[in-house]
Design a protein. Structure first.
Lengths: 435, 313
């Protein structure tokens, strides 16, 4: 009897609710940004990539760094869902859906932004028709689509018991949302056979997603590391990218935790304990990333080979120095310093640290992509002055911001439709602790 | 029969066939519509032609009609290359004075977007106390081309005659090849190239690289269309100082149009080298060091109206 009351309370607390005033404003703003981005992309389709500030030397710009950012952030799905689940960590249950939603929407926009970067997007299918397995781009296409489907399944399968609750809660209503729920989950009865199968599949997916997650970001790092360029030609790149990806993903989850907790009053479900634990994880990951950064910059800086030297000096003390030190200090050192202490791991400081990690990470990706291209082996001569520098055009900013807004929009909509915290799992755990 | 003879005959026949033999007995209506539509009256004046079988035949002059310029080979043939050849270039740095005739000839021949250059002439100085010199660069047509390795769609490819080409009809514009090329040789058509409409309407061939297309990568093609005709690349014939030598490694000879050398002798005697040998890309372009120069470095420095050297940024 007591159980049923608690169950009902949990179900009531966690059911998705229609947008309130601020929810509508938020969604409207995101739609506006997406619209501006779409408009800028139409201009780009019409006039070619000339509307960007990319030129023959800086031939990759914020589209590519944004792509790397999206791929990086999507890795969090595998960290929170798979790694922690396999390690039998129980406290992460309320965070699994948030991280899986972030993973799916980020990987969708990684794919979109990479098409935006193509000079001939209408020839996209050439990747299938004429694909050559020796190109790291094809590896990326293969692993990213694999990762997308596994992430989708890891979002969907744990959702099934909740879909049953959602269908029940809507009774006999036949609006669009109910149809969606019915379409997705009406076959789920929750009988032991189904539960057993679902659990088995989830475990299997958790195991498979880890190597695939490592692959997507390692292969993405190889888009750079397989070239000869100073700053990219590094055997450290795979691990460097993976550690950075886990950091930014964890930062994003912290931000999402804080926002959803505030917006949906989930203080009872996403507690101080979760912030504390995530804080520890962020510190560990930031230290790991810092370690790889030291590897990445100190070793070549010790030798200062001629082509590397020009690039490194530009980062350390030249044109990119403010951004470089911003990414190191704000993206790594300050969060470490803040979250080392228990007082720093309370929700609000955690939220601020999470924002710093994510923003620092976005600029870090930019610093990985563009400065290298502006330090070629042969000098930049005999080209227009605009070729020597790169600052994104408004169209690039609009498209990049539009893609970020689009990613947030997908997250917002998914959260509108599905419970942010898994209801059934929370109930089950409640029962277990009650025993 | 040697390869050389073979290719020469092939060349002759292609030329003649295009000139007219086929006109008399054509079944390809589309190409020869004009001829088939008219009543052709024999003039009685006969012209001697070499037939496909190698026989000399006589054809009435009236049957000779101009044919539209079509790419001489299909895309699949262009991807294979010219059998038995291994093209090589030698750039003699002691002859270069930054005239950039090579560049303008190349830009003109390939109808490049204004401002775009496939050939670049760098002002180089390797170290503080070493002598400056001019260094023209083309595509290196590497035997281990990093660009080809990374291309996801086989749009850039290595032919059996050593030439690396781009198929602009297939390129997706990802620009991975530009990031991969250590010689910064590749350029991108950020917008639709600003070229005459009739050039843009030409049938595209990856051997001539004309017309360049929006959203695709372009680069030096060793003038694959010229070499198929047995002629020299445009940069070679345009340079008044004979800086560029071009030839066939299998024949072991290179020429700049007026002087012809044994390739191996030239490289040995003048200590030829390749750019960034340590990367293992194995370029097909060799350089002769800037010693015993024909011109001092300063003669190539561009001067502004006041006579001051224009700084190269």
């Amino acid at each position: 009897m007591e159980n049923t009351i608690i169950d009902n309370k949990i179900t009531h607390d966690l059911m998705p609710v229609p947008f309130g005033f601020w929810g509508k404003i938020w969604t409207g703003i995101l739609l506006l940004f997406c619209g501006i981005g779409a408009f800028a992309y139409c201009l780009q389709l019409k006039n070619g990539l000339a509307v960007t500030s990319m030129r023959d030397y800086a031939s990759w710009g914020i589209y590519i760094s944004n792509f790397v950012f999206f791929v990086a952030i999507s890795l969090v799905g595998s960290l929170i869902t798979a790694v922690l689940r396999l390690a039998n960590v129980r406290w992460s249950t309320p965070l699994t859906r948030i991280s899986e939603i972030i993973a799916v929407s980020a990987i969708i926009f990684a794919s979109i932004i990479i098409v935006v970067d193509m000079g001939r997007p209408e020839r996209f299918l050439n990747l299938v028709i004429h694909g050559r397995l020796q190109s790291p781009i094809i590896w990326d296409v293969v692993v990213i689509s694999t990762y997308f489907f596994i992430s989708l399944l890891l979002l969907y399968l744990p959702l099934l018991p909740d879909l049953k609750l959602l269908i029940q809660s809507r009774g006999n209503r036949s609006d669009r949302l109910s149809k969606v729920y019915h379409f997705l989950g009406s076959f789920w009865k929750g009988n032991p056979e189904q539960v057993k199968r679902s659990r088995k599949s989830i475990n299997l997916l958790c195991i498979t997603i880890i190597p695939v997650a490592f692959s997507i970001h390692t292969v993405t790092s190889w888009l750079f590391a397989t070239t000869y360029r100073p700053g990219w030609d590094s055997t450290n790149f795979g691990a460097y990218f993976i550690s950075g990806a886990f950091l930014v993903g964890a930062g994003a989850v912290v931000v999402a935790m804080y926002v959803f907790r505030k917006a949906y009053h989930l203080e009872r479900y996403i507690t101080g304990l979760h912030f504390d634990k995530m804080g520890r994880i962020v510190v560990m990951l930031a230290m790991l990333y810092l370690y790889f950064n030291i590897n990445e910059y100190l070793v070549p800086a010790f030798k200062m080979r001629k082509p590397e030297a020009a690039h490194l000096m530009d980062l350390f003390a030249g044109e990119y120095a403010p951004l470089f030190w911003f990414a190191i200090v704000v993206g790594m050192l300050l969060p470490i310093a803040m979250l080392m202490f228990k007082r720093g791991r309370r929700p609000l400081p955690m939220f601020i640290a999470g924002i710093m990690v994510v923003v620092g990470a976005w600029f870090k990706r930019y610093l990985i992509v563009t400065p290298t291209l502006l330090h070629p082996f042969l000098p930049m001569q005999d080209v227009p002055a605009s070729y020597h520098h790169y600052f994104p055009s408004w169209q690039e900013w609009a498209i990049a911001l539009g893609s970020l807004a689009g990613c947030l929009l997908v997250i917002t909509l998914l959260v509108r439709i599905f419970p942010i915290v898994p209801i059934q799992e929370t109930i089950n755990e409640q029962h277990e602790t009650a025993k | 029969m040697s390869n050389e003879n073979n290719s020469r005959r092939e060349f002759l026949l292609t030329g003649l066939a295009a000139a007219g033999i086929a006109a008399g007995c054509s079944s390809k209506k589309s190409v020869f519509e004009e001829a088939s539509g008219d009543e052709v009256k024999a003039t009685g004046k006969l012209v001697k032609l070499l037939s496909v079988d190698g026989e000399v035949i006589e054809v009435d002059e009236a049957f000779l009609k101009p044919v539209p310029h079509l790419p001489p080979v299909s895309n699949s043939e262009a991807r294979v290359g010219i059998p038995g050849k291994k093209f090589v270039m030698v750039i003699d740095l002691s002859r270069c004075k930054n005239l950039k005739k090579c560049q303008s000839a190349c830009n003109h021949a390939h109808e490049l977007n204004p401002g775009q250059n496939w050939i670049k002439v760098y002002s180089m100085q390797d170290a503080e106390h070493t002598a400056p010199y001019w260094e023209p660069t083309t595509c290196m047509h590497c035997d281990e081309p990093p660009c080809v390795k990374v291309c996801p769609v086989d749009a850039t490819f290595k032919r059996q005659d050593g030439i690396v080409l781009i198929d602009s009809d297939r390129c997706i514009g990802c620009r991975f090849c530009m990031a991969a090329c250590p010689y910064s040789t590749r350029v991108f058509n950020w917008s639709a190239p600003d070229i005459p409409a009739e050039v843009a309407a030409q049938p595209y061939s990856c051997e001539s690289s004309v017309p360049q297309k929006k959203g695709t990568v372009g680069k030096c093609d060793f003038c694959a269309d010229m070499t198929r005709m047995g002629e020299l690349p445009h940069c070679v014939s345009a340079c008044p100082n004979g800086t560029f030598f071009f030839g066939d490694m299998n024949e072991d000879s290179v020429t700049n149009g007026s002087d012809t050398f044994r390739f191996s002798d030239l490289i040995r005697d003048k200590a030829g080298y390749r750019l960034m040998e340590d990367l293992g890309t194995k370029p097909s372009v060799y350089y002769l060091p800037p010693v015993n120069r024909n011109f001092p470095y300063g003669s190539g420095v561009e001067k502004d109206s006041t006579g001051h050297p224009v700084t190269i940024n």
